[in-house]
Design a protein around this ligand. Structure first.
Ligand SMILES: [Zn+2]
Length: 123
């Protein structure tokens, strides 16, 4: 008889999960949990975006081998090395380097392109 181990969480517990705003795995803090210890909402420690859960189970979306969900490229958004994006013209890309506060190198297929990011965040 194999005993099923259920993980129980409490409010304030830390967990690593995918943040749709950060487009990467970040540390989250549990905001609300059920009586059974299942997380129903958690807030990203990096961007403060709240994620909600249905049935307390995080459904993982596997995209390719890395399992990263690529959000659309947004020049106002701040990117970090390793983040994935979906560009209008160039398609799926991944940030290979942050050159300057507002310039990033992004690899699309086998071509690296220089894009701007975090625009408007500095005066
Ligand atoms: Zn986040």
């Amino acid at each position: 008889m194999a005993a099923t181990k259920t993980e129980k969480y409490a409010v304030g517990d830390k967990l690593q999960m995918m943040c749709s705003a950060c487009d990467t795995d970040t540390e989250h803090t549990a905001q609300t949990v059920t009586k059974l210890g299942k997380i129903t909402s958690a807030v990203c420690d990096t961007c403060q975006t709240a994620s909600t859960f249905k049935s307390g189970v995080k459904t993982s979306v596997s995209v390719g081998s890395k399992g990263k969900a690529a959000g659309p490229y947004d020049r106002h958004k701040k990117y970090r090395k390793g983040q994935a994006m979906m560009h209008d013209k160039f398609g799926h890309g991944e940030v290979t380097a942050v050159l300057e506060p507002q310039k990033i190198d992004v690899l699309f297929g086998d071509t690296t392109r220089r894009l701007i990011h975090a625009q408007g965040s500095a005066s």
